[in-house]
Design a protein around this ligand. Sequence first.
Ligand code: NAD
Length: 298
Amino acid sequence: MASQAKLIDGRKVSEIIRAEVREDVQAMVEAGQRRPFLEVVQVGSDPASTVYIGAKTRACEDVGIGTHTTRLQDTVSAQELKDEIRRLNEDDDVDGILVQLPLPSHLSALDVIETIDHRKDVDGFHPMNVGRLAIGQPTFRSCTPAGIFELLRHYSIPVKGKHAVVVGASNIVGSPAAIMFSRENDSGKATTTICHKYTQDLTKYTISADILVVAAGVPGLIRGEMVKEGVVVIDVGMTRVADESTEKGYHLAGDVDQESVAEKASWITPVPGGVGPMTVAMLMKNTLLAAKKSVYPA
Ligand code: NAD
């Protein structure tokens, strides 16, 4: 079947970002400064979380950022977990703190995130950082939406004045992405629509998108007939679908029916190899910014 969309290569762009971070880390070390350091906190042993943490650890090693993962039992109390985070907040050798989500159901993610010192919140999930994003102040931008903007910038895809439609309104992807598109600052300036599971007649909105970001976690949600010719499609979805034919027993599915959408889109991100590698690269960048105190000068 004919496919006209050009592929947005997240692996390639993430390598460029990593190379920039690696160079900066090298320069810091050569100047006699301490290496940036990322502390990851894992509660329990969710297999997907373990895979994500493995990718983050390897990325740190690749760019020269120091890292350590604190592993806590899934029975840990909120108090114990927050005490651990406060200890890391006080540790001057730790630049970035990341608590891997999701947390077991007895723990409140927001409560835990609010305990992290916002100056070390390299995930960009702390209300201080989200609030600063919303009012256009320097901040740690949530890694996945920040990665999406790096992709658009790399491929010189215009955003200003376009209609950006974001499907999904989570705190970690959809909402910050929509804030970034809608702001009248450097990266944004788009007319922005946010859709979610309560949106009636999704196609009514997706069909008018110049840029369509889909972060719903519903494989195949967006089909060719729901988009217009020339749309730029960013598929954030990453759902594990059981698949006996693969070694792992599953494959990763995006939220976009790639075959039918690629026939109409001008640009599209593949899954995997699109947004995913960018999320990890932007985490490296945020950790570097934390170490340099670029967002919150000392
Ligand atoms: P979430 O479950 O927190 O939020 C999903 C959002 O999609 C909600 O706002 C919900 O209302 C909306 N939604 C659900 N069904 C819908 C439907 N039928 N129509 C319209 N909207 C619908 O999920 P999340 O954490 O934002 O993640 C979304 C997807 O992105 C998941 O597949 C996740 O694995 C993936 N993800 C990928 C990366 C990456 O680096 N590539 C990072 C984070 C999340």
